[in-house]
Design a protein around this ligand. Structure first.
Ligand code: SAH
Length: 374
C-alpha cells in the first residue's frame, strides 16, 4: 500500500476477494435460511448461535447437541476460520495485550485487550488500514487496504472472550470463571468505523443482541469513534441505539483541524459538533471529545479556551490523549505544564476532562499506533 499523499481521503475501500461468509455476518432469520439451504433443520441455526455466542465454543468437536454427521457441514459453511493469531504481545504487567491477526487473504489487523480492576475493554479494528490520513496516526499513514466484514469484526471480540474464558487473559487469580468479563468494546483500533457503516452496525447488533442470538453486551458499553463523518453520525442517531459516540476533534479551529484531521475539509468543526450534539440528544449519551495533545501544535492555552467555549453547556466530556509516538512523525507529546494548563482552561468552562492513560505504548498498542506490520 503506497503512502497516501497529504490530505488525500479514501472513502471507498478497494474491492478484493470477499471474506468467507460467517454466522456472525447474518441476522437470526438469515442464519435459519442458510441452515435450511444446507438441508438442515432451521433450529440448528439457533444451536449454532448458542455455541458461538453463548458457549464461545472453539469448534465442531464441542457441539454435542448437533449430530456428528451435520457438524462438519455446518461448521464449514457457517463457522469458517476467519483469522489466525500471528502473535500476542503484552505489557503493563500483562494487563494489556495486543494481538496481530492474519485474515483469510493475508491482510493484517490488530486488536487490544485491556484489563482494569473492574472491567475488561477491547479495542477492535473495523478496517484494515484507514483512508482518513491523519498525519499523526500510524494507521492513517498506511492507507486503506479494505473493509472488514461483520464476521471479522465480531470474531475479534469472540476471540477476546474465549481468551478470558480460558484464563489466558484477565484471570484475577481467584480461579473463578467469569471473575472478569469483557464488558466494553471500543471501535478505536484500525480504521474509520463510520466509513464501513453497514458492517459496523451489524457487528454492534451481534455484540448487543441478547444471547443466544448475540453476545448480549450492553449498548452502553460500546463506543464508536469517528473523525467526524457527519452524514454517518446522523444515520447512527437514527439507529436509536445507546452506544457512545467519540469524536476525534484534536483542534477547535478549522484552520488547524484541516491539517490534523483532513476530513475537516469536508465537514467543519461546527458541523461535526452540531451532529454530535444531535446524537447526544437522541442517544441520551455524553459525547467523548478525543484530543491528542501535540507539543506546540494544538496545546496552547488559547486553543483550550476556545475548545471550552465550544463545548460548555453541551453533553461532552474531553479525553485528552498524550500523543503516542509513531514512526517518522515529527511531533511529540505536550510538556506536562502545558497539559496541566489545558486541563485548567477546560475546567474554567465547567467542561469535564480526563487525561487518558498511555496503555500499550511500549508494544505500539496505544491510540494511533496500530499499524499491523508482520
Ligand atoms: N478513525 C477513528 C477510530 C480510531 S480511534 C477515529 O479517528 O476516531 C483512534 C484514536 O486515537 C483517535 O481519536 C485518533 O485520533 C487517536 N490517535 C491517533 N493517533 C494518535 C497518536 N499518535 N497519539 C494519540 N492518539 C492518537
Amino acid at each position: 500500500m503506497p503512502k497516501p499523499i497529504p490530505g488525500e481521503l479514501t472513502f471507498v475501500a478497494p474491492r478484493g476477494a470477499k471474506p468467507p461468509r460467517h454466522l456472525a455476518d447474518l441476522t437470526a432469520a438469515e442464519r435459519r435460511e442458510a441452515v435450511a439451504e444446507l438441508g438442515e433443520k432451521p433450529f440448528r441455526a439457533d444451536q449454532l448461535s448458542r455455541q458461538y455466542f453463548s458457549r464461545l465454543s472453539a469448534g465442531p468437536d464441542e457441539w454435542t447437541d448437533i449430530p456428528a454427521a451435520s457438524r462438519a457441514k455446518l461448521g464449514e459453511a457457517l463457522l469458517p476460520e476467519l483469522m489466525s493469531v500471528v502473535r500476542n504481545v503484552s505489557c503493563d504487567d500483562d494487563a494489556t495485550r495486543k494481538t496481530l491477526w492474519k485474515l483469510f487473504d493475508g491482510v493484517l489487523v490488530e486488536s487490544v485487550l485491556m484489563r482494569y480492576p473492574d472491567r475488561v475493554t477491547m479495542c477492535i479494528s473495523s478496517q484494515a488500514g484507514c483512508g482518513m490520513n491523519c498525519p499523526f496516526c500510524a494507521t492513517g499513514q498506511a492507507g486503506l487496504t479494505r473493509n472488514l466484514s461483520t464476521g471479522e469484526i465480531v470474531e475479534q471480540i469472540a476471540a477476546g472472550m474465549r481468551s478470558i474464558k480460558n484464563g489466558e487473559f484477565g484471570s484475577d487469580g481467584s480461579g473463578e470463571a467469569g471473575a472478569v468479563r469483557l464488558s466494553n468494546v471500543v471501535f478505536m483500533g484500525m480504521g474509520e468505523p463510520l466509513a464501513n457503516y453497514k458492517r459496523v452496525i451489524a457487528a454492534i447488533r451481534r455484540l448487543t443482541d441478547p444471547a443466544p442470538g448475540g453476545f448480549g453486551l450492553s449498548q452502553r458499553g460500546i463506543t464508536v469513534s469517528t473523525v467526524g463523518l457527519v452524514p454517518a453520525i446522523n444515520r447512527l442517531a437514527d439507529e436509536e441505539m445507546s452506544v457512545r459516540l467519540a469524536v476525534s476533534l484534536h483542534a477547535p479551529d478549522d484552520e488547524l483541524r484541516d491539517t490534523l484531521v483532513p476530513v475537516n475539509t469536508r465537514w467543519r468543526v461546527a458541523e461535526v459538533l452540531d451532529a454530535a450534539w444531535a446524537y447526544a440528544e437522541r442517544s441520551g449519551r455524553r459525547i467523548s471529545i478525543e484530543y491528542a495533545l501535540i507539543k506546540d501544535i494544538n496545546d496552547q492555552a488559547w486553543r483550550a479556551d476556545l475548545l471550552g467555549r465550544l463545548l460548555k453547556n453541551h453533553r461532552a466530556h474531553v479525553n485528552l490523549i498524550p500523543l503516542n509516538p509513531t514512526p517518522g512523525s515529527k511531533w511529540t507529546a505536550s510538556r506536562p505544564e502545558d497539559e496541566r494548563e489545558f486541563v485548567r482552561q477546560l475546567k474554567l468552562h465547567g467542561v469535564p476532562v480526563t487525561v487518558r492513560d498511555t496503555r500499550g505504548q511500549e508494544i505500539d498498542g496505544a491510540c494511533g499506533q496500530l499499524a499491523a506490520a508482520g
